[in-house]
Design a protein around this ligand. Structure first.
Ligand code: SAH
Ligand code: SF4
Ligand code: F3S
Length: 475
């Protein structure tokens, strides 16, 4: 055997650093899977890696700029290695790659390859080109179906990889909110065919996954084709996923208020597996600002959607996203944002200062809000949301919630899991319960978690009367 074959056989080490949203987390796993047959094995740090890929996020300026400082550090690492006779390959994937393309190699020439989210299935081929010495920049939106070429997500549930998994069902966005880069970085809205999604879900369930989170930039716009060429919405997809043995919980994110179809709301009414916790961003409580943001709905319409959802599923809780300081936002507009957050009773929310994104309509609006005003509004909104989150947690005390037991607890004899509302719950219990969904009475609220007590069958029967009360919408 020649030396060359031996070098070929030595597995190369891959480190992917993931920024941004859950879809990037999913994508990073798919990239690792695509490279596994080419003898790349994952490692936990850049120091140990032959190839480092930054899977980047472009959503706000800070997220984007972080990438360039990280690239600076990687270049230094590469130079040190070269001095010692070895090397480091550097790749940039994700939304900054898509948005900046060539600009990345101009700003940091040490980068070997730049590739956007629509070319992940071609990563092995792009790497070969980079290994042959060319600097690769690949940001086309190809016409073929990336998912048909990428290995489907598989999972063997282990201590390191849990009982929950992401599954991308839809990608891209056609909504063009005036602050947002996603339609430019992820491209037009596309949905994976129904069978592809079902078969990936089955393979995850076979590996022991109990909870699926369906992902999409606009996940409730899902419109995949079935085998007969019929279009299937997210509601129907949920009914089909709930039939898969082993899948006990389904979540989806992120939804747009305009795409909450009747069928999806009916799925919330009918399916125990569909968790009563919905991320439904409103961004602002002012109709004037919503219009400028091109969200295409009013606050009244948003509240009406929530009312329909809660009528179908009374124990539904909500989370949201907010942007403060969008161009033209006055104190009065901001007060309305505080007001809608209160009216909706969010159990939690992500809050952001408006960040100017080049190329979006918001960037050239002439009534930009001063940074100091944004900072102050963000602090006020955060304080209110924190209070709401605490109130929601408090309202869970005394309720019996189904908890997916996920891992051993902090102390021996304890286990930890998640409520339907994604709250961490700790309780006394044997580790053989891991993987099961157990009724747990919430007894106290901790800092970032709830304390619970496992309810026995007998207790559950005698509690069934109060349970219907406990499951009612928290005041
Ligand atoms: N598709 C989702 C949002 C995806 S981006 C939706 O329509 O709601 C996630 C969140 O980032 C957005 O909901 C928004 O609150 C925030 N965001 C997006 N662009 C932003 C910007 N330019 N500045 C600040 N926050 C932004
Ligand atoms: Fe961005 Fe969401 Fe608006 Fe699409 S719907 S443009 S992803 S904020
Ligand atoms: Fe960021 Fe792209 Fe996700 S911009 S939020 S990584 S879709």
């Amino acid at each position: 055997m020649s030396d060359e074959t031996q070098t070929e056989a030595r597995p190369k080490k891959l480190f992917i650093k993931t920024y941004g949203c859950q879809m990037n987390v999913y994508d990073s796993d798919r990239m690792a899977d695509a490279l596994a047959p080419h003898a790349y094995e994952p490692v936990q740090s850049a120091e140990d890696a032959d190839l480092v890929v930054l899977n980047t996020c472009h959503i706000r300026e800070k997220a984007s700029e972080k990438v360039f400082s990280e690239l600076g550090r990687l270049k230094e690492m590469r130079d040190l290695r070269r001095a010692e006779g070895s090397d480091l390959m550097i790749g940039v994937a994700g939304c900054v790659a898509q948005a900046e393309g060539e600009e990345i190699v101009r700003r940091q020439p040490a980068v070997n390859l730049v590739f956007g989210p629509q070319s992940y299935h071609r990563l092995p081929e792009l790497l070969t080109r980079a290994h042959n010495g060319s600097q690769v920049v690949e940001t086309e939106f190809p016409t073929e179906d990336k998912f048909a070429h990428l290995p489907a997500a598989k999972r063997e549930v282990t201590l390191a990889r849990g009982l929950t998994a992401f599954l991308t069902v839809q990608e891209g966005c056609d909504k063009f909110c005036s602050f947002c880069v996603v339609p430019y970085t992820r491209g037009a809205e596309t949905s994976r065919p129904l069978e592809q999604v079902l078969s990936e879900a089955r393979s995850l369930a076979d590996g022991g996954v109990r909870e699926l989170t369906l992902l999409g930039q606009n996940v409730n716009a899902y419109h995949g084709l079935d085998k007969a060429g019929r279009t299937v919405g997210l509601g129907e997809l949920c009914y089909r996923l709930a039939e898969i043995p082993g899948i006990a919980r389904i979540r989806y994110t992120t939804s747009h208020p305009l795409d909450m179809s009747e069928e999806l709301i009916a799925a919330h009414r009918d399916l125990d597996a569909l968790m009563p916790y919905l991320h439904l961003p409103v961004q602002s409580g002012s109709d004037r600002i919503l219009k400028a943001m091109n969200r295409r709905h009013t606050t009244a319409e948003y509240l009406a959607v929530i009312e329909r959802i809660k009528a179908a599923r009374p124990d539904m809780a909500l989370s949201g996203d907010f942007i403060v300081g969008f161009p033209g936002e006055t104190d009065a507009d901001f007060e309305q944002t505080l007001e809608i957050a209160r009216l909706t009773g969010y159990a939690s929310a992500f809050t952001f200062k408006y960040s100017i994104r080049p190329g979006t309509p918001g960037a050239t609006m002439d009534n930009q809000v001063a940074e100091a005003v944004k900072v102050e509004r963000l602090a006020r909104l955060n304080a209110q949301i924190m209070g709401q989150t605490r109130d929601f947690a408090q309202s869970c005390v005394g309720r019996i919630l189904p908890v997916l037991i996920e891992k051993p607890g902090r102390n021996p004899g304890q286990v930890g899991g998640r409520s339907p509302y994604l709250q961490a719950v700790h309780m006394e219990g044997p580790t053989r319960l891991i993987g099961q969904i157990i009724p747990v009475e919430i007894v106290a609220v901790g800092n970032n978690s709830l304390a619970g007590k496992i309810v026995t069958d007998a207790e559950l029967k005698s509690a069934s009367l109060s349970q219907s009360v406990a499951n009612a919408v928290p005041a």
